[in-house]
Design a protein. Structure first.
Lengths: 335, 135
């Protein structure tokens, strides 16, 4: 019975970069946990796990690390090993799989988005002479392996063991996006909205090329030009324009008259009145302009900021405050 | 602008937020009170502008235009370009790659190249008169 081990970064790093928003942090650190950022309703990490389960792997172990990043991985390959805790944990997890009788285990390190046929990959592994296969595309190796635990050489951590096994390259013919730069992150959105990958926006296709999640509020006079995605609970105010493969993620708020063009507005972000946001990724108070390669941390909350939508209780409280205010205004007028 | 008055080049601070914007506006104000003020703002050091800073820039432009002058922006840093585009005011200002170009632009049409003898419409009036007579 096939099993899977997913190695994901949880992003809880206590570094100076922590004070920055995920996008700014990603940009600064060049190799980024973009896979953890929600895109078209779900993160790449979640899509990987869901994809494995849909593909018939019921037992998927997710190991998260607060220290491992792709850049760490690169250093490990060059011999400068940082913390290898997560890979040691993965070794233990693989041993457990072996004890439970698993003859093939898929190991994926969350980073790149890879469209591949799971059944075909396991078939390739079964037919390969070596105990390990590793996914490759035309740009090189990808962090995805299938191994037979019994045939893996003994090493301190799983990653060293995988490399020591000299894996057979498994060619990936599907869509691959390494998600190493903000440009690649934007390209993931554009490609998904244009159906070039198997990423499906979460929600309903309200008209060809326009996807919306639940509880989306599009006010009168707002225009959404396909292809576009509006995440659940998001609001697009009057006279706004969302165009050119833009995505406004969950619980975001685009205020009156603003144009969003070729831009990703990440979850829970407020975008102020009458702005022109183009070729950018907006996340809370950070704006990354891809055209000019500039990250701006905007301290003016009327422009962009983190948006906290009102929860049920808060909504009721806000409603009662509004009605109280209306009553007091009425009384003032009457007197 | 066809006058020969001074063209003032002024450096915009790195951060043009509320506090700095007020101070910058106060420094800029006397320059805008002259007849046909001609001001170039060097934006090469700008890293951040908030809505108060934008308001100062727009107010200063308005004051300059009121007195038949102009306020131009030069050497915009990538940050200031992004902010001006974001706030939809990039098109309101004339912008230049560097201060020299911005200064030169005030004198783009040399005075001696403008015809000095007779108004441009004098010939046209003569033609109109002939047309009237013909009709």
């Amino acid at each position: 019975m096939p099993r899977a081990i997913v190695i994901a970064e949880d992003g809880n790093q206590e570094t100076e970069a922590e004070v920055m928003s995920p996008v700014a942090r990603c940009y600064v650190r060049s190799h980024a946990p973009f896979a953890n950022v929600e895109v078209l309703g779900a993160s790449v990490a979640r899509r990987i796990v869901d994809g494995l389960r849909r593909g018939g792997i019921e037992n998927v172990s997710v190991l998260s690390s607060s220290t491992k990043t792709q850049s760490d991985l690169m250093r490990m390959r060059q011999g400068n090993s940082p913390s290898q805790d997560v890979w040691s944990d993965a070794t233990d997890e693989l041993a457990k799989c072996q004890d439970e009788g698993a003859d093939s285990v898929l190991i994926v390190c969350v980073g790149a988005y890879i469209d591949f046929n799971l059944a075909e990959a396991f078939q390739f592994h079964a037919e390969s002479r070596r105990g390990v296969i590793q996914a490759f595309d035309e740009q090189g190796a990808l962090d995805l392996w299938i191994t037979n635990p019994e045939r893996l050489p003994e090493r301190d951590d799983l990653l060293s063991a995988l490399y020591a096994a000299n894996p057979t390259p498994f060619p990936v013919r599907g869509y691959v996006n390494r998600l190493e730069t903000p440009h690649e992150f934007r390209r993931l959105v554009v490609d998904a909205l244009n159906s070039r990958s198997n990423i499906h926006p979460q929600g309903f296709q309200v008209r060809p090329g326009v996807w919306m999640g639940e509880g989306v509020h599009v006010e009168k006079g707002a225009r959404i030009v396909a292809p576009a995605f509006i995440g659940s609970g998001a609001t697009i105010s009057e006279q706004c324009l969302v165009t050119r493969c833009s995505n406004v993620e969950r619980n975001s708020y685009v205020d009156y008259g603003t144009a969003i063009e070729d831009t990703s507005v990440l979850a829970s972000t407020y975008v102020g009145i009458g702005l022109d946001v183009s070729h950018s990724i907006v996340d809370g108070e950070s704006l990354l302009n891809l055209d000019r390669g500039v990250v701006l941390k905007i301290g003016d909350p009327s422009v962009i900021r983190q948006h906290k939508p009102l929860a049920g209780g808060d909504r009721r409280l806000w409603g009662s405050l509004q009605s109280k205010a209306a009553r007091s205004i009425g009384q003032d007028r009457a007197s | 602008m066809l006058t020969n008055g001074p063209i003032v080049v002024m450096q915009v601070p790195e951060k043009l937020h509320k506090q700095q914007a007020v101070q910058f506006g106060e420094e800029l104000a006397p320059l805008l009170e002259s007849d046909r003020p001609r001001v170039v703002l060097d934006c090469s050091q700008v890293r951040s502008i908030d809505s108060a800073g934008i308001e100062t820039l727009l107010h200063s432009l308005e004051e300059a235009l009121k007195r038949d002058g102009d306020l131009k922006l030069a050497a915009l840093s990538p940050e200031s370009q992004v902010i001006l585009e974001l706030m939809r005011i990039a098109r309101v200002f004339e912008t230049f790659d560097n201060c020299d170009d911005a200064v030169r632009s005030f004198n783009a049409i040399p005075i001696d190249s403008v015809p000095q003898e007779g108004a441009w419409y004098s010939g046209l009036l003569g033609d109109l008169g002939a047309l009237k007579q013909a009709s």
